[in-house]
Design a protein around this ligand. Structure first.
Ligand SMILES: [Zn+2]
Length: 716
């Protein structure tokens, strides 16, 4: 449904393309945008560079230093609209050509960014209708970035025009190898727009999805609070309205906003495909746990995924959010790994880090200065999880502007930053490891299922004020990460059959086709592990009228007799011998399970439901389905998940806390990455015989890793 609607929307935006003077693109006829190439065909070990913010007298010196450092490519121009189009329809790429020429002279390939994340003041002044309206109904103002509406046709047309002129100017430039469209969609102060253009776009999207107002009214349950719509133009967006909005409408609005951004991206993509068929095209975003845009939709037609990675900035942000002086690195490390695994799984192939933290990062406040070794470690962590390339953010550090405290490889005075030599070493190591390793695959026996619909529906109605889908997903991922077995982070509709076990927390929204896929996976021998609120809603966000867990009741072999939000401490789960362990605290939720065919593996200890089932396993076909009805405290949850993983045949590699191991494979070779995320030396027993890919030394048994140390071990 999503792709169909998107095609319809893209066709309907032909008027925009016509206005921008572009021929009918291929995708408008076929509904498909074919990739230019599956991988870039060259090493992407570079930096993000801003010639637009650097005196031209320094460009030559910059390029020379970059080349000496071992850098292969730069990304430039993604915030340079004002210089490229100083007034409407007047384009000046002369400075950019000069910059690309200098970079090419030093064998530095260029990724060009289209500048639509930050329009120039002449545009904002002339077209005040382009501004985003946030979820409180407040119009954003110019002066920052990401303050524009993804639906507004004027803004789309102007964005397309500058992208088109850039593409024409650089299509045959031998210095350019690829494109980054826009920058970090939805990552602003407000992730979604609620303006009148988005309202009109939403009305059109709803009409294409549901065809009749009767269907809309039925689907959203508009009879509630007298919301029956009699004209398409009455359909609102979920702005403040005296009470919480309709959950069905709001879920559809989140889907629409994601689609509006992705189709905005695809308009520029179509132009780049047509004018620059030999160049790769991507966009940079961040992965989970951020969930404001459906990244599968965003990257569907792009050549590869590229993400931005700032572990130190993330740590500072988490400390600000939790008002805690200290958020330990462990959790940050796991969240970063989750993002990498998601980035790889989105297209099932290597991804790029378009921006990697290289020093203190920040706008008004600084993140911690990475310790010596941490920048190299973070780079290898990305490579270990499937990255094929990395660009460090940024080359020099701006002496003006909002990000003047976002430190790069050069300090404000152009001296080398504390991590400069470390980055140089890392780039040259990655070059020596070579393209076969960087483009190798990553095999996982286990998968974590992430579903945007569930995440958004839980955000709209948390059910317990402290319940968060992304936190649950991250916790389950973290529980499994000590197995060092490799986890793909997949989305509904992706192939399940290749996994020994699939973990799926809080499957609150469940569509019929996905339920069928899960059932056939288990029937065929898979192990499906899930928890509370399973199947409570269908894909249009209506509560199912059947006993829970709805569509999966036969597969789970249980009926949910009651569901209980927890507001007082004391409830515990006692485990049966198969899961033997200390009684577990129940945190936020308890589904009370009544087994039909399932075996009980845990029971509630107190209250009205004492003795009733909390955890069950059901044999279904050749596989089994596990229901964890209680929101278990983390140590118990980890023990339970790892027990089922071991039973499913997932191998576990033992390693001390803070050590991470992953494996990548090419056709003939495999490499095991051993990463020490702690500042102290560690001893790690490696699970085979290897050759150190950097020193060529033979490696077996127990290895010594220095603080933040890294080993890349090729199987002997
Ligand atoms: Zn809007």
């Amino acid at each position: 449904m999503k792709s169909l609607n998107r095609r319809v929307f893209l066709s309907s935006s032909l008027a925009v393309l016509g206005a921008a003077g572009i021929h009918l693109p291929l995708w408008a006829r076929t509904g498909a945008i074919s990739p230019a190439q599956s991988s870039p065909g060259q090493l992407l070990l570079g930096v993000d560079y801003y010639p637009d913010q650097t005196p031209e007298s320094l460009w030559e010196e910059d390029a020379q230093m970059m080349a000496e450092t071992g850098i292969t490519n730069v990304r430039i121009a993604e915030f340079a609209w004002a210089l490229m189009e100083p007034s409407e329809g007047t384009f000046d790429f002369s400075w950019l050509h000069r910059s690309v020429d200098i970079l090419r002279k030093h064998k530095l390939a260029v990724i060009l960014g289209t500048p639509s994340a930050a329009p120039p003041p002449w545009l904002s002044q002339k077209y005040p209708e382009i501004f985003e309206v946030n979820e409180r109904g407040e119009k954003l103002h110019p002066g920052g970035r990401r303050f524009t509406c993804p639906t507004n046709q004027t803004y789309r047309q102007l964005s397309l025009a500058i992208a088109t002129e850039m593409a024409r100017a650089f299509a045959s430039d031998p210095g350019v190898i690829g494109w980054q469209i826009d920058n970090e969609y939805t990552l602003g102060s407000s992730g979604r727009c609620y303006c009148e253009y988005c309202q009109a776009g939403f009305q059109k999207w709803v009409r294409q999805k549901y065809h009749s107002l009767d269907e809309v009214n039925r689907t959203w349950g508009a009879a509630f609070w007298s919301q029956i719509y009699t004209d398409w133009s009455q359909i609102p967006v979920p702005l403040p309205s005296g009470a919480d909005p309709n959950p069905g409408l709001t879920l559809d609005y989140y889907r629409y906003q994601s689609y509006a951004n992705a189709s905005f991206n695809d308009e520029q993509l179509a132009v780049l495909r047509k004018l620059c068929p030999k160049h790769f095209v991507t966009t940079n975003n961040v992965g989970l746990p951020l969930d404001t845009i459906d990244e599968r939709m965003l990257y569907a037609n792009l050549d590869f995924v590229s993400f931005d990675n700032y572990p130190g900035f993330f740590k500072m942000y988490m400390q600000q959010q939790s008002k805690s002086a200290m958020v330990p690195w462990d959790g940050i490390t796991i969240a970063v790994a989750l993002g990498h695994d998601f980035g790889r799984s989105l297209k099932g192939k290597p991804f790029m880090i378009m921006e990697e933290q290289s020093g203190k990062a920040g706008q008004t406040t600084f993140s911690p200065q990475p310790d010596k070794g941490q920048v190299r470690l973070w780079t290898y962590q990305a490579i270990a999880h499937g990255a094929m390339g990395v660009n460090y953010f940024r080359w020099d550090t701006a002496t003006f502007g909002t990000e003047e405290y976002w430190h790069g490889m050069l300090n404000h005075d152009r001296s080398k930053s504390p991590a400069f030599d470390e980055i140089k070493q890392t780039l040259n190591e990655l070059k020596s490891l070579g393209p076969e390793l960087l483009n190798s695959q990553y095999d996982s026996d286990a998968a974590l299922l992430f579903d945007y619909d569930c995440s958004w529906a839980v955000k709209i109605q948390p059910q317990h004020f402290a319940l968060s889908y992304t936190e649950q997903a991250a916790t389950w991922y973290g529980c499994m990460s000590p197995t060092h077995t490799g986890i793909d982070v997949i989305l509904p509709g992706m192939d399940l059959a290749k996994y020994k076990i699939v973990f799926a927390p809080v499957v609150y929204v469940l569509a019929k086709d996905q339920a069928e896929r899960i059932k056939s996976y288990v029937q065929g021998g898979g192990v499906f592990v899930t928890n509370f609120r399973l199947g409570a809603k269908n894909e249009v966000s209506q509560i199912v009228r059947t006993p829970l867990p709805g569509l999966l009741r036969d597969m789970m072999g249980v009926t949910v007799s009651d569901y209980v939000p927890i507001y007082s401490p004391g409830q515990k789960v006692k485990f049966a011998s198969a899961l033997a362990g200390d009684d577990a605290d129940v945190k936020l939720w308890a589904d009370i399970l009544q087994p039909q065919t399932a075996e009980v593996l845990g029971t509630y200890l107190s209250g009205d439901h004492a003795g009733e089932a909390a955890i069950t396993v059901n044999r279904f076909g050749k596989g089994k389905a596990v229901y964890i009805g209680a929101d278990l405290s983390v140590p118990s949850l980890a023990r339970v998940l790892m027990t089922f993983a071991a039973q499913a045949g997932v191998k576990r590699v033992e390693a001390p806390a803070g050590i991470e191991l992953t494996t990548r494979r090419s056709e003939k070779k495999s490499w095991t990455f051993v990463l020490n995320h702690t500042s102290s030396p560690q001893k790690v027993r490696v699970p085979g015989s290897y050759r150190d890919a950097l020193t060529q030394a033979a490696v077996t048994g127990t290895i010594d890793l220095e603080g933040y140390g890294v080993r890349v071990l090729q199987a002997a």
